[in-house]
Design a protein around this ligand. Structure first.
Ligand SMILES: [Zn+2]
Length: 54
């Protein structure tokens, strides 16, 4: 899947508003920093880190 905002390959494909959107690292951070209320973002990042390390 390609990033929705640029030409890079999507690293993440979170479901936002019922639609799955491809996001590269940069745009993933941009999108989630914009509305993250810290706790939710931190737990999400922990989940992703755990997946990456496997
Ligand atoms: Zn991107």
């Amino acid at each position: 899947m390609q990033c929705h905002y640029c030409d890079r390959t999507a690293t993440f494909a979170p479901e936002m508003g019922g639609v799955q959107v491809g996001l590269c690292d940069t745009h993933f951070r941009e999108r989630f920093e914009s509305f993250a209320e810290s706790d939710a973002l931190e737990s999400l990042q922990r989940d992703l880190d755990a997946e990456k390390s496997e």
